[in-house]
Design a protein. Structure first.
Length: 114
């Protein structure tokens, strides 16, 4: 299984970024897909999760600003991030959760300047 994340970068507060994760080597539609993040000195935390059936869970801190989506035909999951804040600065990890196994991507850095 490989999860290749892309789309991170440097953006000013109030700006937008779109993260994308390309999955391979797995039955994509069977997995819950999501994004976690880890800020310096902090624990990794859930940002957004979309189940195989389409149910979505968001962290309270990003509700109304971020949108997760998946394309089962392309084996991709995306995170549209709007109204970014400096506290959103973190390494963002793509996640795939299955019945027996969980997988992580390599992480992509998002830096939001004030």
């Amino acid at each position: 299984v490989q999860l290749q994340a892309s789309g991170g970068g440097l953006v000013q507060a109030g700006g937008s970024l779109r993260l994308s994760c390309q999955a391979s080597g797995m039955i994509f539609s069977a997995f819950a897909m999501g994004w976690y993040r880890q800020a310096p000195g902090k624990q990794r935390e859930l940002v957004a999760l979309i189940a195989s059936g389409g149910d979505i869970k968001y962290a309270d801190s990003i509700k109304g600003r971020f949108t997760i989506s998946r394309d089962n035909a392309k084996n991709t999951v995306a995170l549209q991030m709007n109204s970014l804040k400096p506290e959103d600065t973190a390494v963002y990890y793509c996640y795939a959760g299955g019945f027996r196994s969980n997988y992580w991507g390599q992480g992509t850095l998002v830096t939001v300047s004030s």
